[in-house]
Design a protein around this ligand. Structure first.
Ligand code: V55
Ligand code: FE
Length: 481
């Protein structure tokens, strides 16, 4: 069987499948100096096609999970990339070809895929309760060896998780070592079930709230505050009968409103408050926090469908302007189901992050991938919510940044006092760099810049694990008032 990737826009230039597992001991430093207090590992995850897709088409959220690690130790940075050996990957490796159909469509699988799960582990990583997990929202996590990145197998936390999948956007409470997460379509493809989980530092489920979504939807991300879990439902809806006939896994329903569930974390499904508003969509939340009787939720919000490859049931797709960081405000005191919207930035941005210690709390600093030039370039954006200002660092022509990771200078540093670690894609030169920015002065550009001889294909999300945390299994971080 010949291996020939189709000539589709997704695979042109930087997007071409890379399929390289690399090991580089000691990246080359080309600018500045590495601050010695950065000790730990940046882990990132993204898709990379193992074999040409079965029907010649692909979407950027599919493809086998490739994990990238940057280990900062003793003044040097080691890089490693490894595919996650999912059930799907291993079967395809033996067959030497793709066996799985279109994105999440198990009805389009080769019979040789049998009853194996579609999960690609291609979206994010989390280290919790001593486990390093690679995540994709349509399957349970895959546990990896933190040292070698060898795949240990799928994990349901020893039977504690009974949903069929777990979100790729868990939130970690870095002070109390809790993981807050959820599963949607939690009883199988096309089901309306959703469940919120809180797992303690030992990986035991301490809160579990099941409820029903308004429809069998896509819930890519959520947000938490000390008292609430916030779930927005945008109308990307699964019609499993249409999927059987070959339709995309989701269809966009412009006639449905946005609905938001505010779930009391320690309450029951009966206590959920529902809100409604105009049809919009989003993948990613920057943060949420409480303010008296109000809950604020900051979202990279699209005025339309954020994916053009999930058209309406009649096959219509819409061009959607780029996302604007926008605050939803829910007032829990007045009993009304409406929310308000307020833009927080003028420059479009995606892949929002914060100083992770402040997830769920009032916060000043946010970080995003900002803007997008005609040549595919983009910038690191720093939003200062208190000053109402945004500053950017552009890495230069034909250079795009990936999602930034904040690293606090010390576990008890003030909010935003630390560094941003950002992979920079040199689109014309076909390699990547790793930039280390002072998070208090993003516009000044990197304090250290490392050059990789290889490219780091677009990864979605990642996490930072301090060197000690791999040993102690504790983050031991503090929130400074
Ligand atoms: C999203 C991303 C996914 C996915 C479903 O950004 C939704 C939204 C990276 O994979 O499978
Ligand atoms: Fe995501």
């Amino acid at each position: 069987m010949e291996i020939r990737f189709p000539d589709i826009p997704l695979y042109q230039g930087w997007g071409h499948p890379y399929r390289v597992e690399a090991t580089i001991r000691g990246l080359e430093l080309v600018e500045g100096h590495l601050p010695p207090e950065i000790e730990g590992t940046l882990l990132r995850c993204g898709p990379d096609r193992q074999y040409p897709p079965r029907d010649g088409s692909d979407v950027f959220i599919d493809g086998e999970g490739m994990v990238h690690t940057f280990r900062f130790s003793g003044g040097q940075v080691d890089y490693m990339s490894r595919w996650v050996r999912t059930e799907r990957f291993v079967l395809q490796e033996k067959a030497r070809r793709a066996l799985f159909g279109r994105y999440r469509n198990r009805f389009a699988n080769d019979p040789a895929a049998g009853s194996a799960r579609n999960g690609t582990a291609n979206t994010n990583l989390v280290f919790h309760a001593g486990k390093l997990l690679a995540l994709k929202e349509d399957d349970l996590p895959y546990e990896l060896d933190p040292e070698t990145l060898e795949t240990r197998g799928r994990s349901d936390f020893g039977g504690a998780i009974t949903s069929v999948s777990l979100s790729a956007h868990p939130k970690l409470d870095l002070v109390h070592d809790e993981m807050l997460t959820f599963s949607y379509q939690a009883k199988g493809d096309g089901t309306k079930d959703i469940v919120f989980y809180a797992l303690n530092r030992d990986g035991r489920v301490v809160d579990e709230i099941w409820f029903e979504m308004p429809w069998p939807g896509m819930v890519h991300d959520f947000a938490v505050t000390p008292n609430y879990a916030v779930f927005p439902f945008f109308p990307f809806i699964t019609d499993i009968e249409a999927v059987k006939r070959g339709a995309p896994f989701y269809q966009w329903h412009p006639d449905e409103e946005t609905q938001v569930a505010i779930v009391p974390r320690h309450g029951t499904a009966r206590d959920i408050r529902w809100f409604r508003g105009p049809t919009m969509s989003a993948g990613h939340m920057m943060n949420a926090y409480e303010d008296g009787s109000k809950v604020h939720l900051d979202v990279c919000l699209y005025d339309g469908p954020c994916f053009d490859f999930f058209p309406t049931p009649s096959g219509q797709s819409f061009p959607t302007p780029p996302p604007i960081l926008t605050q939803f405000t829910f007032d829990l005191s007045d009993g009304k189901p409406a929310y308000t919207l307020r833009p927080l930035a003028r420059i479009p941005g995606e892949l929002p992050r914060t100083d992770d210690r402040y997830q769920g709390h009032g916060y000043q600093h946010g970080y995003m991938v900002a803007g997008r030039g005609a040549d595919g370039s983009s910038s690191v954006g720093h939003v200062d919510h208190h000053a109402g200002k945004m500053e950017c660092w552009a890495p230069g022509p034909a250079s795009a940044v990936q999602e930034s990771q904040f690293v606090p200078r010390r576990p008890d540093s003030k909010e935003g006092d630390g560094y941003l670690l950002t992979v920079v894609n040199r689109l014309a030169e076909n390699h990547s760099d790793l930039a280390v920015l002072d998070a208090r002065n993003v516009a000044a550009g990197p304090v250290a810049l490392f050059r990789l001889p290889v490219r780091v294909r677009m990864a979605f999300h990642g996490t930072w694990v301090p060197a000690e945390t791999f040993q102690t299994r504790r983050y031991g971080m503090e929130i400074v008032p």
